[in-house]
Each structure stands twice: as C-alpha cells, then as structure tokens.
Design a protein around this ligand. Structure first.
Ligand code: ADP
Length: 720
C-alpha cells in the first residue's frame, strides 16, 4: 500500500502538510526531503508516515529525499513541544533546528606550500616568506601576514614555482574528548557538588540541578566534572553547554579544550555558515560530543544528549524576543526531559523561578561555599550621589575618582560598568525641546561619537548627527543628555590621561575574535581602565582587576517592570563580582541616588538570601511569577483605527476561564516601531492553568485582518 508523509516546512505555517511517498522511497520520520509548495520546491522534514486509505484526494508527491542527515526523534519531539509551549507554528522552531543543515558546506581552500625550488632572485622579503612557509601549507594571505610581506611577494613566488598551490578540503571532523584527563583539584565544597552531579549522571534519566555559588566559586570546574562523567560513562554521550553571551563562549571553549584535550563544537550567530554546517553535521553524526554555544544550540540534532548545562541561567539574554519567542532556560529543561538527560543550571544569582523550584525540591540544590582558594568577595560600598554628586556634565563622583586613582597607583586595574552603549542616550534641541527619535519609531536615538551617528537601538536605523535641529532649524542647538560608555571613557581619559583605557560594548567588540582579543589584553594587564556594558561584566576572570565602579546603579530600576529589582541585583552582583580574584582583595563602588533601596542594601550587605526572600514575598502576594504565570500579547499594525477595532474584538473574544485574568488592551510603552502601532494585553494565570492552551484557544477565535500581526509571548521579560 502507498503511504502518506506528513512534512513540516521550516516556515510559519500552521501545521505539517501531507504528501504522497513515491514508490520505493522508504522514508522515515526525521528524513529531510524536498517537497513542492506552490511553485517552489522547499526543504522539509518528515514528521510522520501513515498508510494511504482509499478515497483520499490526490496528493502531490515528495520530490526527493535529500542526502542530509536524518533528524533524531528527540529533536522532532522538542520542536513540537516548543511550538505548543510558545503558541507558535512548529515550522518556526524547525527553522532554528535546520539552520545548520541549510548552511553551505565548508569549501576546499587554496593553500600554498614551499616546493623546495629556490627563487631566481632572492630578496629579504622573499627569504622571510620561505622561512615562514617552513611551517607547512597555509592560505596565501596567512603566509603573507606571517612573513610580514605584501600579497604580491607571495604571488610572485607562486608564479615562479617556488611555492606550489594545493586545494585542501578542510578537516570537518572533531577530535574525541578525553574525559580521563585530570581536572582541577577540587576544594571540599566543589567536590561535594561534583560528586552529587556525577551521581545524578550515573543514575541516568531526567533530573535538574541548580549549581549555586558566588562569582569565582568555581562552578565551571564542577560542571566540567559532570561532563567528564557523562562522556566517560557512555562513548556516544553528548554534552551541551549554553552561555548567554558570545564573549563568554570563548573563555569556556578554552577551558573545555584544556580539560578534555579537544576543541568543542562552537555554535552562535558569529560562527560562519560553513562552520555551523560542520557542527550541525558533527552533532547529528555523534562525532561532535561537546557543544559550547548560545541559546539556539538547544535546537541542534543531538543523538544522545546526556547533559545540558545552562551557565548564568538567570541571564535575560537567554530570552529570545524576535521571531520565535522562547526562553532557553525553560526549553533546556524541556529538552532534558525529552532526552532523559541531566540539566544543570548554574548561577551566582539564580532566577526566582529556579530558586523556587529548588526550594520546593523539584530541582536538586547544590550550593558552593565562597570563592575558590584565597580569593574573597569584594567589599561593596554605596556612593550616595545626593551627597557627593559629580560635577555638572560629569558622571564620576569624587569618591569613585579617588578610588580609581588609588587603584591605578598600585598598578591594578579598574572596571567602570555602565549598561549603556554609545555616547549619550538622548539628544535634544535646547531651542525647541525636540527629542531626536527615529522617523517611524517611538524610541530615542542614541548618540554614537565614534561613528558620529545617531542610532536607534531597537530597529538599527541611523543617521549622521545633524548640524541643525531638524525640527526648528536652530544651528548648534543639539545637546547630548546623559552618559553612555563612550562618554564615561572620555571623562576617564580627561581624569587619567596616562591610563590605557578601552571600551567593551557590542559596538567596539563586534565579534568573538575581537572579544577574545580584548579579554586577553585585559587579562594580560595591557589595559588599566575598562569601560564596559554587560557584554564584559559577566563571567570573566581578570586577576589584577581590583576595583569595579558602577556608574549608574539605579539604571535598571527605572521603568520598573516585574523583574527590575531582580535583574538589577543580578547584573550588579555579576559586575561587582569581577573585582578581586586570586590573592588581591577587591572593592566595588556603586553610585546611586537611592542608597536605601532594598536592592542597594542587599548588594552592600552581600545578603542575597534576604533580598530573595523579600522579593519572593512580594511576588507571591501579587500572584506573579514564579507564583503565577504571565503571558503577553502584542498586536501591531500600520493603521491606528483598524488596530483599535481589532484589539476591541480580541478583548471580547478572550475565553472566560477560572484562574485567568486578562488586562488590556493598552497602548504599548513603545507605541510605534518601524511605522507599526502597538497595543498590548497582559494575561495572568494561576500556576495550575495551562496558559499555553488558553492562549492557543484565544488566538483561534480571532482572525487578524490585513497587515495586523499578533505575537504571543509566554512568560514575558519585556513589557515595552
Ligand atoms: P564561577 O564560574 O563560579 O564564577 P570559575 O569556575 O570561573 O568560577 O572559577 C573562578 C576561578 O577560580 C577560575 O580562574 C578558575 O580557574 C579558578 N578555580 C576554580 N576552582 C578551582 C580549583 N579547584 N583549582 C584551581 N583553580 C580553580
């Protein structure tokens, strides 16, 4: 009998489509196929097969089974679970899962190698090339760089036959990690946690552990022991380590390589497509046994995932806000369950959600005591800006400047932390009061001095800083309001002209290579003052960094969403935790206008538990996460009147369910983005309610017309 294949296509379509399986194709679930969709052939994945019964309408046949790896059943189950949870089309998470499968394969590279012939005319430059070429075959550009000559010198030697050209297919394999290599000698507290995790690995099956320890307590060493146990226990086992920032992946990759004697697969947006293809195929074949990556690595086609580590699990970068909306920590737990794997959530400041699960015993709670070795936590002091304000137009107060001078005087390093890119967050006209915004978006333009442009951080729109106010035409009337990292750098330079100063933000550090370079320069003591956004404030160990100055500790508390206090606490605990590793004591100064705020007091006292207890009590009273569930609906459209009509209709269509409250519609705080007006609903539900099912039912009752778009965000982190 002929069969029907359900094929899921990586696009936002509501469901899988049916195709006829051609005679003898022998498809299996997970196979990648080409199927006709409208006039085009599309890549899709077979999710199921069933016998065709008579009377079916004729189906188009599957065009071809692609010669690409089959997706393992765990990925298919995960894609379906994720789509249901996020109330989105399954093609959306599938598109993420296929990202590496669709990337081009690594291409043969043109390399040159010395042939042994001597050049007709020897010059010092040519001799340098021959010396450098003794290292073996390399790309012509690399050889020229190594020899310190121009490309034409290398080309001349190729033309003469002194260098031969060969086409080499890059090695796409992965060296096997060696779990038997010795790890660090663990201290007793690390050892207890490592033994507990190893026991969980040996026991097998799904479980979740919270690895909870202050910055510098050595959590990485502990979870690497769990990885070693998993890799040793089963020669097919695979390990995934998720990190929130590309900048952090580099340090962890180096530690994994040192521990296991083999480079792990690296997965994030900055890896070139052929590199992604290599990791994707290595993971699918089982060759690649350790992956270190960003959130989307969770969708890789692991065959036998034994351990997932979510490092810095509290970090809000794990929440993906565009396209398919998901939180990688939550999905990691879901994937762990599907794969029968151990999930380790590591943090110095765990999220309240995770702490609650640990308190109630759903997660095993492993606490590390203090910092490793002689390192002590930094002493934290509050600088009350009401008493010692910076001079007008300046951002650093006297106590902070003095601490910087002392630190630099001892030959130690300073980190100035300000979680704001660019030079100034707002530019306004002092003649007419106009605030500069993007033409079609309700968001201030941020001034960037290095590039001389005003940039919208939301949409990427940018323009040169105008000489006159575009609104009233007044000349030289635009003033920059408030500080960004570039402005703090300017101030630090004026105060300490001899200091070596660098800025670390996503603008100055656009890719992983640059991040590696700057982190290495900082670690090697080539920088005296690092002015940094959160891109550099997490995870790194800088042995000679002994002072952290938080320029605006109150920044995250403004605008106050549900997690403002929690996030501020986490971010500042991370940032201040950079100070004082190894034997040198550290100090952190927090500039604040609200020294009495619970967050500032908790940071000063280094009393996380008291802060968490107070925050938990407030959340419980309000029925907010982790004690209740939230979902947001963002409705947008280009036309205000039809958007209004639609959201009214939507409000009426909301199902009436006990334990669920629907608030809104309300104008979104960001009312206009890229020419689209935005409205929001907020839904609060008791924990016992299946909120995804509720939202799916609601959505099924309305049909967005024209250009109106409805986005559902389960457990929102942004309320803009
Ligand atoms: P965390 O992830 O908890 O912030 P790390 O694992 O990065 O901490 O450890 C902090 C520093 O202490 C690192 O430089 C690490 O190499 C070092 N360290 C941690 N544990 C040990 C150990 N048992 N032996 C030697 N060095 C250690």
């Amino acid at each position: 009998m002929s069969r029907i294949a359900s094929v899921l296509i990586p696009m936002p379509l509501p469901e899988a489509f049916d195709y006829a399986e051609p005679e003898g194709m022998g498809l299996e679930p997970g196979d990648q196929v080409a199927v006709p969709l409208g006039p085009r052939l599309m890549r899709g994945v077979v999710t199921g097969l069933r016998d065709a019964t008579g009377g079916n309408r004729p189906l188009k046949p599957v065009a071809e089974r692609l010669d690409d790896p089959r997706l393992p059943p765990g990925v298919l189950a995960f894609v379906e679970w994720a789509a249901r949870y996020a109330v989105d089309a399954p093609g959306q998470p599938l598109a993420i899962a296929l990202r590496g499968a669709r990337a081009p394969k690594p291409r043969p590279q043109r390399l040159v190698r010395a042939t042994g012939a001597r050049p007709a005319r020897a010059t010092p430059a040519r001799e340098r090339v021959l010396t450098a070429a003794a290292a073996g075959a390399m790309a012509p550009a690399d050889l020229a760089r190594a020899a310190g000559v121009s490309a034409s010198v290398v080309k001349g030697l190729v033309d003469e036959g002194v260098l031969g050209v060969e086409m080499v297919v890059p090695d796409t394999g992965f060296a096997p990690p060696d779990p038997a290599r010795p790890g660090a000698a663990l201290n007793p507290s690390q050892n207890a946690a490592a033994e507990a995790l190893k026991g969980m690995v040996r026991e097998g099956g799904y479980s979740v552990a919270l690895l909870d320890g202050v910055t510098g307590s050595g959590k990485t060493e502990v979870y690497l022991e769990a990885a070693a146990e998993a890799l040793a226990a089963d020669p097919a086992a695979q390990v995934l380590i998720l990190l929130p920032e590309i900048a952090l992946t580099q340090a962890v990759i180096a530690r994994v390589a040192a521990r296991f004697g083999a480079d792990p697969g690296e997965w994030h947006s900055d890896v070139a497509p052929p590199g992604r293809r290599r990791v994707w195929e290595g993971v699918a074949s089982g060759d690649c046994r350790i992956v270190v990556g960003a959130r989307s690595a969770l969708f890789l086609p692991f065959r036998k995932l034994a351990l997932i580590v979510v490092d810095e699990e509290h970090d809000s970068s794990f929440k993906q806000e565009d396209g398919f909306v998901y939180h990688a920590r939550d999905l990691a737990v879901a994937r762990g369950k599907i794969e029968d794997a151990l999930v380790v959530l590591a943090s110095a400041t765990p999220s309240l959600e995770t702490l609650r699960n640990a308190e109630t015993g759903r997660y095993r709670w492993l606490r590390l005591a203090g910092r490793h070795g002689a390192a002590e936590l930094p002493q934290i002091e509050l600088v009350d800006l009401r008493e010692t304000p910076p001079e007008a137009g300046r951002w650093l107060s006297r106590p902070l400047i003095q601490a910087m001078a002392e630190t630099l005087g001892r030959g130690e390093q300073v980190l100035l932390f300000l979680n704001r890119r660019g030079y100034a967050p707002l530019v306004l006209c002092k003649a007419c009061g106009e605030r500069m915004t993007a033409p079609d978006t309700d968001s201030w333009l941020v001034e960037h001095r290095y590039t001389g442009r005003l940039v919208c951080h939301l949409t990427g729109f940018s323009m040169p800083r105008p000489a006159a106010c575009p609104h009233c035409g007044a000349k030289d009337s635009l003033v920059s309001i408030g500080p960004g990292v570039e402005r703090v750098e300017e101030e630090a330079r004026a105060l300490f002209p001899d200091a070596r100063i660098a800025v670390f933000s996503s603008d100055t550090v656009p890719d992983a290579r640059e991040a590696r370079r700057l982190v290495a320069a900082m670690a090697a003591g080539e920088i005296d003052i690092l002015v940094a956004t959160q891109a550099a404030a997490k995870g790194h160990n800088f042995p000679n960094l002994t002072l952290v100055g938080v320029v605006d500790a109150d920044l995250g508390l403004r605008g106050g969403d549900l997690r403002a206090a929690e996030r501020t606490y986490q971010l500042l605990a991370q940032a201040t935790g950079r100070a004082g590793r190894h034997e040198r004591p550290g100090r952190a100064l927090l500039q604040t206008y609200a020294p009495d705020h619970a967050v500032m007091q908790a940071l000063k006292a280094q009393d996380r538990d008291a802060f968490v207890a107070a925050e938990m009590a407030e959340r419980e009273l309000a029925g907010l996460p982790p004690f209740g569930r939230l979902a947001a609906v963002i409705v947008s459209g280009p036309d205000a009147a039809s958007l209004d009509a639609f959201v009214r209709e939507m409000a009426e269509a909301a199902p009436n369910t006990p334990g669920v409250e629907v608030y809104g519609p309300a104008d979104a705080p960001l009312g206009l983005v890229r020419g689209r007006r935005r409205k929001r609903f907020l839904v609060r539900a008791e924990r016992t309610v299946d909120l995804s099912a509720y939202m799916a039912a609601w959505r099924a009752r309305v049909r967005p017309r024209g250009a109106i778009r409805v986005t559902i965000d389960i457990d929102p982190y942004s309320f803009l």
